[in-house]
Design a protein around this ligand. Structure first.
Ligand SMILES: *Cc1c(COP(=O)(O)O)cnc(C)c1O
Ligand code: SF4
Length: 441
């Protein structure tokens, strides 16, 4: 299959678009001016059920909908488009709206390390063992998710783009940190880069001096959005050969696949792609945020995890959606998130209970909602760090005052009348409180 992408400029040529009323088409134009919009022929032909519009989960996952912007923002953009406003003025106004949508949540800029006096914008190093790398050629995706927190990277708000051109600095950086065991390629989607570029980054890591870097991880949505990346794309075989080479060198190629809904696991193409990747010795782990209007019920999750197990994937994380972009449309309260997780988890065998969640990627670390409990007559959330800037704090339970409406960690307060959470005491996280403070060094 040949890849064909559809954006704001040409989506009207999609044959399936005749299923949409003019009202929906108008909404795509308006919202698509603020949030990035891109889909492709595979998503439109094989994933979306056009008889189930607008409720089809994959439609909602890639097509902008009116409710994804607040009414004042929506009306403002609609008015500007109708008035035939100058493109530059429109762009400036739209950027103002974008800046109100929390384009860079959870202080990601604090994770950018200083190295030999220079900020390395293509790297984030928050947890001792794992370095994130954003190859500059992988800062796009085969389609865009409407909930995406990386959306500023796709809209040309370039000062927020964490991308790096040079591979030399990455390799130098890894040599300086022998405690790093994992290098995680992320984006965008790093697999929008071609196999040659990826092997420029990866192959040198197979040499002896990088023996501490045991796991080469690739976070990608391409299995769900474009499985032909592993089947018929020009460099599909070359890419799989690279995966195999990593595994044969005694390291592990670990594929972090993003699947948001079981429908994404059902096509013949995705199943063949999974099989080809697994045949290279690669492990595939699967993760997704919990999203209202897409997957916010336990049946969808248990079905997805069971299907993943059947196809040889390892369920890994359920995330709480980040506070960004169209969050109001997708948000689920923490107590509901926990209940959905718990019911889905109870409905699968131990083999699928490798999954952890619901987890919030916050500034101090990944915080899991373990549940709701009552302690001394006070209703509380029980939480723990799955990952933390300070590795010594991982897996220690802590408590927050119960809140029925909280949707994110920032909405929570310490329980039992305490002023601070335990990790906020005595500079447990860092000396400065911000910056890529490698307090674990
Ligand atoms: C999630 C995450 C990782 C990877 O964490 P694992 O638990 O090892 O999958 C690494 N760095 C950052 C900044 C993350 O948010
Ligand atoms: S695939 Fe990932 S990075 Fe790309 S748009 Fe979706 S959530 Fe964002």
């Amino acid at each position: 299959m040949n890849y064909k992408s559809y954006t704001l400029h040409n989506f009207i040529e999609l044959p399936q678009i005749s299923n949409l009323s003019s009202e929906y088409i108008e909404a795509i134009r308006i919202v698509g001016n603020v949030l990035p919009f891109k889909t492709n022929n595979y998503v439109a032909e094989q994933l979306i059920d056009w008889k189930n519009i607008p409720n089809d989960p994959i439609f909602t996952l890639t097509f902008p909908r009116k409710e994804m912007l607040s009414k004042p923002h929506y009306d403002k953009v609609a008015k500007m488009l109708h008035s035939g406003i100058e493109p530059q003025v429109l762009r400036a106004e739209v950027n103002k709206i974008r800046l109100k949508l929390n384009p860079n949540p959870a202080g990601q800029e604090y994770n950018v390390p200083l190295f030999e006096g220079e900020k390395l914008h293509g790297i984030q190093h928050k947890y001792r063992e794992t370095v994130l790398f954003f190859p500059s050629q992988g800062q796009t995706c085969h389609a865009y998710c409407t909930f995406c927190f990386r959306w500023p990277q796709f809209t040309g708000m370039s000062e927020l783009k964490f991308a790096m051109k040079e591979v030399v600095l990455l390799h130098k950086y890894l040599l300086k940190y022998p405690k790093v065991t994992d290098l995680l390629f992320t984006g965008g989607d790093p697999l929008t880069a071609n196999a040659k570029i990826l092997s420029t980054y990866i192959e040198p890591l197979l040499s002896k001096k990088f023996s501490h870097v045991q796991n080469i991880r690739i976070g990608s949505k391409s299995l769900a959005y474009w499985p032909y990346r592993f089947l018929t794309d020009k460099d599909a075989d070359e890419l799989l050969f690279l995966f195999e080479k990593v595994n044969k060198a005694g390291k592990r190629l670990a594929f972090q696949a993003h699947f948001n809904h079981p429908d994404e696991l059902m096509t013949d193409a995705v199943r063949r792609a999974i099989e080809r990747i697994r045949n290279t010795g690669t492990q595939i782990r699967a993760q997704s945020p919990l999203l209202r209007n897409i997957n916010d019920n336990p049946e969808t999750w248990s079905k997805m995890w069971k299907e993943q197990i059947r196809l040889g994937l390892i369920p890994y994380y359920m995330f709480v959606a980040r506070d960004t972009g169209s969050k109001a449309f997708f948000e689920v309260s923490l107590v509901r998130a926990w209940n959905i997780f718990r019911k889905a988890y109870a409905n699968v065998s131990g083999i699928a209970r490798t999954v952890r969640g619901p987890s919030m990627s916050c500034s101090p670390g990944k915080v899991q909602v373990l549940g709701v409990a009552e302690v001394n007559g006070e209703k509380v959330f029980v939480l723990r760090f799955l990952q933390c800037r300070n590795p010594h704090l991982v897996d220690i339970p802590f408590f927050a005052k119960y809140s029925a409406s909280a949707t994110w960690f920032d909405d929570l307060e310490p329980a039992f009348g305490e002023k601070k959470f335990f990790f906020e005491e005595e500079n447990l996280l860092s000396k400065s409180g911000k910056d890529a403070d490698h307090s674990w060094e």
